[in-house]
Design a binder for this molecule. Structure first.
Ligand SMILES: [Mg+2]
Ligand SMILES: [Zn+2]
Length: 196
């Protein structure tokens, strides 16, 4: 199921941090780690796997927050990850409204393609971990493997997949994990096995 993964791209809200009940994270105070997510990042870093983040943030396009505000939120994530020796290869976001029709807002593949281009990893070495159907669709279009986690929107996404609501995705091909930590355990365990 997994090749030699060297680069993990992660969705942010609902994967690394808890989703906001109001829909958008608009301040560092509202940005809260999902239990185990910090450990998951450490596990990837220790296994030598580069970590990128790819996140839709239409709250910028809606005028709810400016880009500086978004940077301040990402700084919290970066600083607290750095305390554990975790550094991000890149943090990519789409600030646009859906109706803008950009190439970066997932399910479009733009953010993932940018992460692959800028980090220099191959598609076959890269996996995308997300909680929404649009994450899986972006990965499919970008030609990279993807995992679904049940945190955030993930449990609802899994139910939608089982009902066949997301026609473009072959439900049987989707690997589902309870959370980022269990997904990262699987990635690093496979890597150890390949190293032997
Ligand atoms: Mg999400
Ligand atoms: Zn965009």
């Amino acid at each position: 199921m997994l090749g030699n993964i060297r680069h993990a791209i992660l969705d942010r809200d609902g994967v690394i941090n808890e989703e906001s009940p109001e829909g958008y994270i608009l301040s560092p105070e509202e940005w809260i780690w999902i239990p185990g997510a910090k450990e998951a990042l450490s596990m990837l870093a220790q296994a030598g796997i580069a970590i990128s983040v790819a996140t839709n943030q239409s709250c910028v396009g809606r005028g709810l927050i400016d880009e500086q505000g978004l940077y301040r939120i990402n700084e919290k994530m970066k600083n607290q990850a750095a305390e554990q020796g975790v550094f991000f290869a890149g943090i990519y976001f789409c600030p646009h409204l859906p109706e803008y029709g950009c190439r970066c807002r997932k399910p479009a593949p733009g953010l993932l393609e940018k992460a692959i281009r800028q980090t220099g990893f191959e598609r076959c070495e890269t996996v995308f971990i997300g909680d929404a159907a649009r994450d899986l669709l972006a990965a499919k279009t970008a030609g990279i493997a993807s995992f679904l986690v049940r945190t955030g929107k993930g449990a609802d996404t899994e139910a939608d997949l089982q009902k066949g609501i997301v026609k473009e995705i072959d439900t049987k091909s989707v690997h589902v994990f309870d959370d980022l930590l269990s997904a990262c355990r699987a990635i690093t365990a496979t890597k150890e096995k390949l190293a032997k």
